[in-house]
Design a protein around this ligand. Structure first.
Ligand SMILES: O=C(O)[C@@H](O)[C@H](O)[C@H](O)CO
Ligand SMILES: [Mg+2]
Length: 421
């Protein structure tokens, strides 16, 4: 049949059936205390809808407004199968492109359209992407403590539960080592008693990994997240001091402003570098992969615009000898986690998947949420993502504006200067 969509924004080609997008809206819910944004696209076919992750935890209300006010009007009435055209339309119609608000909103519609495509085909999304090249995605999990012993105790519990890859973080003497609890200050004379000190961080971190290699089984892979707080030279010092401990990867040694210096850090040490959760466009991710900055690319795929751009990055990574480690902690919705796994099992370039254990409230809101078993993540076999949303349950967990933005601006140096989170 010929197309009947509204003239504005309509595709100038006939589409093959009658199904149209009926409504597009963003749903915000915080079952685990972390605001999650999910886009729901309903179609004219009764019961046929799709879900996509648009989670930008610190700015969820901006994404919600973007979807409900700007994108819904572009898409309503359109044929849901033209995913590539619809996501380009969503980007180009804003003229200025990129950035986390825009890209999360677009990811929400992109992933929801892939979900619809899978449901129409009767296939899980990974099969639409070409099918499995592996059975499951191996994951890593976070262990953190105030002391090295505490961190390693938690790591041993994860080993007992079947994990093979563990990220280790420990509090530094001055306060919040990233990913570990805040520690009462040891800088009583400093302008900011509870500050963070690069010097002490560089001194403590090798001790953590030396102790880990003493007390954890030798075949466990160890990871660490710097969280973007070092200079290029400090990053070299840290990487070289960690060389004896055979890290699987060292994450985010430099902030995005200094990513053009990553190749020199990478060249100075054999420790593999993982970077990318702060990429906010496909171009950012492409430059990291293409220009030799990373061993592992770990974009948060909704922040670069969703599954459509992320699969291009995965293919580029395969061609460049880089591996993937998509970002996946608690500020990813279960839909986003399912999109990560669809890529993981269908990409040759897969390296590792960051794992998150969703609580039971999240499983209640999102029936079908994946569970990690013995460290492995396996995609649902149901069509699309195989994950639903219970709208009544979602409404019982309202999101707050505050909290996560405070976390993201909560680190200061001992002299009081604000530090990257
Ligand atoms: O690698 C990670 O999991 C962390 O850097 C998180 O991305 C950060 O806490 C925001 O969720
Ligand atoms: Mg990180």
């Amino acid at each position: 049949m010929t197309q009947e969509t509204p003239a504005t924004f309509a595709q100038p080609w006939p589409v093959r059936d009658e199904i149209r997008i009926r409504s597009v809206r963003a749903i915000v819910t915080a079952p685990q205390g972390i605001p999650l944004v999910v886009v729901k696209i309903d179609t004219t076919e009764p019961g046929l809808y799709g879900l996509g992750c648009a989670t930008f935890t610190q700015r969820w209300k901006a994404v919600q407004t973007f979807v409900d006010e700007h994108l819904a009007r572009l898409l309503t009435g359109r044929y849901p199968g033209d995913i590539g055209d619809l996501v380009r339309l969503a980007g180009f119609s804003g003229y200025w492109r990129g950035g986390p608000v825009t890209n999360n909103a677009i990811s929400g519609i992109d992933q929801a359209l892939w979900d619809i495509a899978g449901k129409r085909a009767g296939m899980p999304v990974y099969e639409l992407l070409g099918g499995k090249v592996r059975a499951a995605a191996d994951t890593y999990i976070h262990a953190g403590g105030i002391t090295i012993d505490q961190t390693l105790e938690q790591a041993k519990e994860f080993v007992a539960q079947g994990w093979r890859h563990i990220r280790l973080q420990v509090s530094t003497p001055g306060g919040g080592g990233y990913g570990a609890p805040q520690l009462a200050t040891l800088y009583p004379g400093a302008p900011y008693r509870n500050g963070w000190s690069a010097r002490d961080y560089l001194r403590t971190t090798p001790d953590l990994f030396a102790a880990a290699r003493q007390s954890l089984p030798d075949n466990i892979e160890l990871l660490h997240d710097v969280h973007s707080r070092l200079t290029p030279k400090e990053a070299v010092v840290l990487a070289r001091s960690l060389e004896p401990y055979r890290l699987f990867f060292l994450e985010d040694v430099l902030p995005p402003e200094h990513w053009d210096r990553l190749p020199e850090v990478r060249a100075a040490s054999p420790v593999p570098l993982a970077v990318g959760e702060l990429t906010t466009s496909m171009g950012d991710a492409v430059r990291l992969v293409r220009d030799g900055g990373v061993d592992f690319i770990r974009s948060h795929i909704s922040d670069i615009g969703g599954l459509t751009p992320a699969r291009k990055v995965a293919d580029l990574a395969e061609l460049c000898g880089v591996r993937t480690a998509w970002h996946g902690p608690g500020d990813t919705s279960p839909i986003g986690a399912a999109a990560n796994v669809a890529l993981d099992v269908s990409s040759v370039a897969f390296g590792i998947q960051e794992g998150h254990i969703y609580d039971e409230a999240t499983h209640e809101v999102f029936p079908g949420t994946l569970r990690i078993v013995d460290g492995w993540l396996t995609p649902n076999e149901a069509p699309g993502w195989g994950i639903d949303i219970d709208l009544e349950a979602a409404a019982r967990y309202p999101a707050q504006l505050s909290g996560h933005d405070e976390w993201a601006a909560g680190v200061r140096r001992i002299d009081g200067a604000l530090e990257a989170p």
